[in-house]
Design a binder for this molecule. Structure first.
Ligand code: PLP
Length: 480
């Protein structure tokens, strides 16, 4: 493809994407396919000879689109949706076009510098303490864009582990590192995302999963008792992962309590995973949810969940960048450059070496909407969630199972878990809506996330009509 054809095909692709977005409500939210559907209709081998663009695009319609779950559908209420926007898509397109790999400042200076600046912008908008901002005078902290929240948790756990082992080796110079490693204990709540468990598996450390309170929040007392008990048993607490906005029900761990417990254990690294909810903290009326962040060593949120930035864009801040990077530095000659001492090299901030120019799309979005536009977007979704919550509360057959602070409502039919499982599977099979389940206080609940990019009040009302229609059918069948 030469530049002339790219010009033409590029315009067609923009047109294709616009049509897709404009007509998405006419599609089923979920695809109606069985596992292996694509294997049956694609050839066994890559084509030996070039194919026509038209033929490829025809297959997009005929073979690819039928297997897509439409995450940008206004009736996609599953998981935490993946926000998107035209400025973000265009920013990412430019990033793909420039195609640089910004692993160090020298590898592409603007990649590093824009990332530092826009992550600082976002950190300020969220209200993170100044120590987390790279460009504040005298700051030792800073921010970075990672691929996903799981990576943020992993990387901070790796840093905490390195810090703990370094200290232990000083105290016990003749003890094998493997022995010291076997003593390390990390902590999180049962409501924490499974990525904390995965990080502990990768880091080869023990993880103690603690019971939250009746509001699904981890409390300081529970953590304190666990840490003291472990210390008495010869174990070494080194990492606590808390969540602001848990995946199952959007609960908030009690950060002020947990923070003051961690303060008593000076070598413990306190991480705050706010993958979804952190985005909402750009709204002044929600900043109270950030209370206790002054105790944190690191914080992450995913603009690709709720700030109109397409995947991947997970922003992470640390209070002390040296404590992070000292766990991850390897320095072969071919990666060194003349400004290593005076610039940020993001290759030391995570697992991959090669990094995309992800800050471009965040920059495009922050400038195109402004923080005020993004606040409006978040408030709109919160209002939609409250509208849905009212619908549930007004129907005596149903109950709301979480405290609706942001865009997630957990609800269920009063009755057995099995009934709710059936209700959800009937709705999902219809393709009219898409939701996923969770356990809240040991009950099976249906999660309704009102954060779909283009969802309107009509979509929420429609969703409630669909839910009550299926519920009525089910209850009737049960009564017979
Ligand atoms: N943490 C929380 C609180 C989440 O809700 C999620 C996913 O929804 C994750 C972590 C994992 O996110 P990612 O897919 O970015 O790794």
């Amino acid at each position: 493809m030469d530049s002339d054809e790219f010009r033409c095909r590029g315009k067609e692709m923009v047109e294709y994407i616009c049509n897709y977005m404009e007509n998405i409500p006419t599609r089923r939210v979920t695809p109606n396919v069985e596992p292996g559907y694509l294997r049956k209709i694609l050839p066994d081998e890559a084509p030996e000879y070039p194919e026509d663009w038209e033929a490829i695009m025809a297959d997009v319609d005929a073979k690819i689109m039928p297997g897509v779950t439409h995450w940008q559908h206004p009736r996609f209420h599953a998981y935490f949706p993946s926000g998107n926007s035209y400025p973000s898509i265009l920013g990412d397109m430019l990033s793909a076009g420039i195609g640089c790999i910004g692993f160090s400042w020298a590898a592409s200076p603007v990649c590093t510098e824009l990332e530092t600046i826009v992550v600082d912008w976002l950190g300020k908008a969220i209200g993170l303490p100044d120590e987390f901002l790279a460009l504040k005078k005298g700051s030792r902290g800073g921010g970075v864009i990672q691929t996903c929240a799981s990576e943020c948790v992993l990387v901070t756990m790796l840093a905490a582990r390195a810090q703990a082992l370094k200290r232990l080796k000083q105290q016990h110079p003749f003890v094998e590192e493997g022995v010291l490693l076997s003593k390390l204990m990390a902590y999180c709540s049962r409501e924490a995302h499974s990525c904390v468990e995965k990080a502990a598996m990768i880091c080869f450390v023990k993880l103690r999963i603690l019971e939250p309170d009746e509001k699904s929040a981890l409390r300081g007392q529970t953590l304190s008792e666990a840490m003291e008990e472990d210390e008495a048993a010869g174990l070494i607490p080194f990492f606590v992962s808390t969540t602001l906005g848990t995946t199952s029900c959007c609960s908030f761990d009690n950060l002020p309590e947990i923070g003051s417990v961690c303060k008593r254990f000076p070598c413990v690294w306190l991480h705050v995973d706010a993958a979804y909810a952190g985005n909402a903290l750009i709204c002044p009326e929600l900043k109270y949810l950030l209370k206790g962040v002054e105790y944190a060593d690191s914080f992450n949120t995913n603009p690709n969940k709720w700030l109109l930035v397409n995947f991947d864009c997970s922003t992470m801040w640390v209070r002390d960048r040296i404590r992070l990077t000292s766990a991850l530095v390897v320095d072969p000659l071919y990666l060194k450059h003349g400004y290593s001492d005076s610039s940020i090299d993001y290759r030391h901030w995570g697992v991959p070496l090669s990094r995309r120019f992800r800050s471009l799309k965040l920059w495009f979005v922050l400038r195109s909407y402004g923080i005020s536009g993004l606040r409006k977007y978040i408030r709109h979704h919160i209002a939609l969630a409250q509208r849905f919550e009212r619908c549930v509360l007004q129907d005596r057959r149903f109950e709301v199972c979480n405290e609706v602070k942001l865009g997630l409502v957990c609800f269920r039919l009063k009755g057995a878990d099995k009934l709710n499982e059936k209700l959800l599977s009937n709705i999902n099979e219809s393709g009219k809506l898409h939701m996923v389940p969770a356990h809240v206080n040991d009950k099976y609940v249906i999660r309704f996330c009102a954060v779909a990019q283009n969802a309107t009040e009509e979509d929420i009302d429609h969703a409630w009509d669909v839910i009550t229609e299926f519920a009525a059918e089910l209850l009737e069948a049960q009564a017979v």
